[in-house]
Every structure is written in structure tokens, then in C-alpha cells.
Design a binder for this molecule. Structure first.
Ligand code: TA6
Length: 305
């Protein structure tokens, strides 16, 4: 049963203990939000897309960038935070009339569980079951598949997406944590850990190229790095954000830069200077086949230093 009413959600899932609060709130566009605060961090999640909008470890500024121009409408993805791209990443493999990055980011997810694991760690579990979606979604993707999203909000952030194939046939899954990092100033930022890795360069017709040295953004960057399982570090003047992942062999780095950002309409005038997407993915040749009855997990941990 899907509960989307604020009172019921609070009755079933809110937490109010000495060091943890977790509360469901009405928000813009009638899309409920969850506010979480524990001893080591606070966070904000929208039920549409199970979209993490903000994660602020104690004594830090937000690790996630959220556009001032973001719109909070039903069926539209929020620009910033962590959109979940699922069950495909970017354009659909065979049908380019389908929406980019799948539908998980624009539909409501169900809350399955909330728990204060300790005074410093709060867990939330969401589910999206394709068998319970409306006709529009079933027409796009008629597969008996569900996905469970677990978040652990702490001084580091741990995210895991588990896809279960309940059907009698194999399905192909592309996905990503499309994370918008708040990097303060793109000019002082570099991404380390992708040196010498091969990438597909989207603005140059997906030509295969090799990354030389740390990645420094000075114009539009939209790259799908392949064979990347190692830790990636996003460094700026004030901090280092470390990305560790499992179940993913592709990493996407994206910044639209000025001209593309202007055309997008929801990036804000200087947004491109303050954000950088570093996305742990199953994309390009890392799209996974999940056999009937099988499952696949992609997970990531973000740590500040
Ligand atoms: O992950 C990079 C990317 O696929 C880019 O090509 C860019 O278009 C971006 O995602 C944003 O996509 P969206 O559909 O959210 O506008």
C-alpha cells in the first residue's frame, strides 16, 4: 500500500528522539519532503524521485548544489541534489522519444522504513515498483522490476540502489546517482582519480578519448568514463569530497558551462560556476543485464575531508 498523506507518513515513519528528528512536511508542488537531523548531519529529501536535495554534515556547508531556479513540480526533475537516473541513463538505448535518464526521478517513491541507527546515523529506505506505476510508465517500460533505495545520513553519506527483476526475462538497467556537488568555485576545482581513463566525449559525438592529468573544467564537460571502479576525489580550496563506489564501472563528469546552462533555463545565472556533477553510474558499456529472478546493487559513499 502506498502512503503519501503527510499525517499518515508521520504516524508511520517519523522519528523524534533526543538526537534524531525525521519529519514529513508539505512542500511546494504538493510533493512531500522529509527533514532529517541527527548529531552529525542534516538532510532534506523530496518524495518525488526520492530526491536528496540537501546534505549538510555538522560544521560544513551543503555538500550538494541545488539550483536557485529549480522547479518543484510533479513530473519534473529538480535541478540539483541527487537525481536518480533509472532504469536507463541518458538517452534510452533503442527509443530516443523516451525521457532522458528514465522515469525514477519524476515519480513518487514509497517510504519503506526509517530508523535511527545511532545518534549519528539515520537510515531511510524507499521503493519504486514498476508493477504499481501508472499506464504512462508501463507503456515506457513494461517490466516487473522494482528498485529499493537506501540512504544513510551521517557525517558521510551512503547510498545504495538495489534493482530486483521479478519477471521471467532478463532486463537491461542503466542508472546513476546524478550527484550535483557544491564545489563553490569551478575555477578552483579538480577531479582526481580519472587520470589516464578512457572516456566518451558527448559534446564531440561520443568520441573515445583519454583523460590526461586531473580533470579541470574550463568549458563544457560531459564525459562518460569507462572502467572506473577506483576512488575519485573532488578537490577545491576548502575541502576534498571523496567518492567510493561499488557495482559501478562507469563515472560521468558533467558541467554544462555558460552557454548550455543559459539554454537550460533552471541552472541560474552563475550556477555552472558552483556545481559539478560526478556521477557513479552503470552507463555505456557498463549497462547491466539482470537475469530473471536476479538483482543488482550499485552503491556509493561520499566522505568529506
Ligand atoms: O549526466 C550528464 C547528462 O546526461 C548531460 O548530458 C546533461 O544533459 C545532464 O545529464 C542533465 O540532464 P537533464 O536531463 O537533467 O537535463
Amino acid at each position: 500500500m502506498s502512503i503519501q498523506n503527510i499525517n499518515q507518513l508521520n504516524e508511520c515513519f517519523s522519528i523524534n528522539s533526543e538526537n534524531t528528528t525525521l519529519l514529513f512536511l508539505d512542500a511546494e508542488g504538493d510533493i512531500p519532503r522529509i527533514e532529517i537531523q541527527n548529531r552529525s548531519a542534516k538532510a532534506l529529501i523530496s518524495l518525488q524521485g526520492a530526491h536528496l536535495l540537501s546534505w549538510v554534515p555538522a560544521d560544513q556547508s551543503d555538500v550538494l548544489w541545488l539550483s536557485e531556479q529549480a522547479s518543484y513540480k510533479q513530473g519534473k526533475s529538480v535541478r540539483g541534489g541527487i537525481p536518480i537516473c533509472w532504469p536507463w541513463f541518458g538517452a534510452h538505448e533503442t527509443n530516443d522519444t523516451l525521457p532522458a535518464h528514465g522515469f525514477a526521478r519524476t515519480v513518487m517513491w514509497q517510504v519503506v522504513k526509517t530508523e535511527a541507527l545511532s545518534d549519528d546515523e539515520t537510515m531511510l529506505v524507499f521503493r519504486l515498483d514498476c508493477r504499481e506505476q501508472d499506464q504512462a510508465v508501463s507503456n515506457m517500460w513494461p517490466h516487473a522490476v522494482s528498485v529499493e533505495y537506501t540512504l544513510i545520513i551521517a557525517d558521510s553519506l551512503t547510498l545504495a540502489l538495489n534493482t530486483y527483476n521479478h519477471s521471467d526475462h532478463a532486463v537491461r538497467i542503466g542508472q546513476a546517482f546524478h550527484t550535483y556537488f557544491n564545489i563553490e568555485n569551478i575555477r578552483d576545482t579538480q577531479v582526481c582519480g580519472l587520470e589516464n581513463k578512457v572516456y566518451l566525449d558527448k559534446p564531440d559525438n561520443f568520441k573515445q578519448k583519454s583523460q590526461s592529468g586531473p580533470l579541470i573544467v574550463t568549458n563544457e564537460v560531459d564525459r562518460v568514463f569507462i572502467n572506473t571502479e577506483d576512488v575519485v576525489a573532488i578537490k577545491n580550496k576548502s575541502r576534498v569530497m571523496t567518492v567510493s563506489k561499488q557495482g559501478s564501472r562507469s563515472t560521468v563528469v558533467w558541467n554544462p558551462w555558460k552557454d548550455v546552462a543559459k539554454k537550460m533555463g533552471d541552472m541560474g545565472e552563475h550556477g555552472y560556476r558552483q556545481m559539478l556533477c560526478v556521477e557513479s553510474a552503470n552507463a555505456a558499456e557498463d549497462i547491466r543485464t539482470i537475469e530473471a529472478g536476479a538483482s543488482h546493487q550499485i552503491s556509493v559513499n561520499y566522505q568529506l575531508s
